[in-house]
Design a protein around this ligand. Structure first.
Ligand SMILES: [Fe+2]
Length: 493
């Protein structure tokens, strides 16, 4: 607790105090203790499963809310809030300080459940419209509880978002607007699904079949959460792999920093224009990001050489597509991106490398990445020249269509730019690099766009000494504009 900033400590203590009041002030002899105990044990069991070492990867990715939400619909506010406490205290916590995080999670969940149950009660969710059959167990009563149930889920979600934002602001010192931006909307869809499962659990609980029947909803829901969690973990592992590869290239060649991401973005825009489905679009974006990963295998002195390259040095650099392909060959999820990495310097007239493929023999992804790569190379600032305007870069690409680039891909980029425009993010090293010779050294041998395949090697040795301070900025990584809590669990339950 002492490790926390004073504001965060005050925030945790306040919410714990409010949770205590929520729970303790409403419990009396009329509290249905049997239901409270049963639901609390059920929720604690769900949360404990995620702590068991053997089953650590078998639980859902986040908290399993259908049980507390069933309590929202079945119990008065204080009793429902109490149901959430043991499970939240016993659940798995990935980061330290574990005790405070558990306390926080239990307190915020208790307050959110209390708010949901209060809303359900106020809107007469437990005593439906006059003349309608009473009780959640009556099938004909179901339509009358949908509105109060929806409002209860909204209240539950709203309170959680409010408290999540508060702890992010106080504990992780994130700006108020950044902390709350999108929190509610992001959480709404999963909370609605959990709310529906909670409502079905409550309906079955009150049905003639009794509480055991509720398991018919909870078990499939738990399994589906587990399947989704596996997908999420796999996706995170993929993203980590890609990030590690990109960072390795960034450390080696400062020009790929920012460039890789922009090529990925341009490639994804072109993919949408070409009518590719969501899955291929994502693979193509990854292909753009990783297209120069093979530069890891090129000696640093060659990549950063001042002045023109010797023929031998150029041959070494031209090996980078093959190096890259060797590196990613075994990474199955990259799919067609591997071909793009190997062939992104081929030309449609067959004068490219490494294999001199021509026309449609060049894989489609490679033809897309080649255009995106050239476009970003021309429109980004380098130490030896200013960025060219988008219109000039497009004109250059159109001039080279049919010889260096696939005309269909150039047209796709032009159409995408007309629709979405182009607003490249300037990375820290590009700001630091400054302009040492405006207009100088625009390498475009063969009259084509500025790419490594364009002979002069503008990308890889066009008189660009690394400015001072760049090395330090590289170590910071590319998350400068990203809130530090993005991509990790932070304080969320
Ligand atoms: Fe390349």
């Amino acid at each position: 607790m002492r490790a926390l900033p004073a504001g965060a400590r005050a925030c945790v203590l306040c919410v714990v105090l409010v949770a205590g009041l929520c729970v303790l002030t409403g419990l009396d002899r009329r509290t249905p203790w049997d239901a409270v105990v049963l639901l609390a044990v059920l929720y604690a069991a769900c949360e404990l499963l995620t702590r068991c070492r053997l089953l650590a990867h078998m639980g859902p990715a986040g908290a399993f809310f259908p049980v507390p939400l069933a309590a929202v619909f079945l119990l008065p506010p204080s009793a429902a809030a109490l149901v959430a406490v043991p499970g939240a205290l016993l659940g798995r916590v990935g980061r330290r300080p574990e005790g405070v995080r558990r306390l926080w999670r239990a307190a915020e969940l208790a307050v959110a459940v209390w708010a949901g149950s209060w809303m359900f009660t106020v809107l007469d969710g437990r005593s439906p419209a006059p003349g309608a059959p009473s009780g959640l167990g009556q099938a004909s009563a179901l339509p009358y509880v949908l509105l109060p149930a929806g409002a209860a889920v909204l209240a539950f979600c709203g309170v959680l978002a409010l408290l999540d934002g508060a702890i992010l602001v106080t504990a992780e010192r994130i700006g108020v607007r950044t902390a709350w931006r999108g929190l509610f909307l992001r959480a709404l869809a999963p909370h609605c699904v959990h709310g529906l499962a909670g409502l079905m659990t409550a309906v079955l609980w009150r049905s003639p079949y009794g509480p055991p029947a509720a398991l018919f909803v909870l078990l499939p829901m738990y399994l589906s959460c587990w399947v989704f969690a596996q997908y999420q973990r796999e996706h995170e592992a993929h993203q980590t792999t890609i990030r590690a590869l990109v960072q390795a290239v960034d450390l080696k060649d400062r020009y790929t920093r920012g460039h890789s991401e922009r090529v990925g973005r341009a490639a994804a825009m072109m993919a949408a224009e070409l009518g590719m489905d969501e899955e291929r679009r994502e693979v193509l974006r990854i292909a753009g990001i990783l297209h120069d990963v093979g530069k890891i295998g090129v000696p640093t002195r060659v990549l950063r050489k001042d002045g023109p390259l010797t023929p031998e040095e150029r041959r070494v650099i031209e090996l980078h597509p093959e190096y890259g392909h060797e590196m990613v060959r075994g990474i199955g999820f990259l799919g067609e991106a591997r071909a793009a990495i190997l062939h992104h310097h081929e030309r449609v007239d067959g004068r490219g490398y490494p294999y001199g493929l021509a026309g449609d023999r060049i894989p489609e992804f490679a033809r897309v990445v080649a255009v995106a790569d050239a476009f970003d190379a021309m429109t980004s600032t380098r130490s030896y020249r200013r960025a060219r305007p988008v219109a000039a870069a497009v004109a250059e690409l159109q001039k080279c269509a049919g010889a260096q680039f696939d005309g269909r891909m150039v047209a796709a980029l032009v159409a995408a730019l007309e629709k979405e425009g182009w607003n490249p993010v300037v990375t820290a090293d590009e700001w630091g690099a400054g302009i040492t010779g405006a207009g100088a050294g625009v390498g475009s041998a063969d009259g084509g766009a500025e790419t490594e395949s364009a002979g002069a090697g503008a990308e890889v040795g066009g008189g660009d000494a690394a400015p001072r301070g760049v090395r330090a900025s590289l170590l910071v990584g590319q998350r400068g504009n990203v809130p530090p809590w993005v991509g990790r669990r932070g304080w969320r339950p």
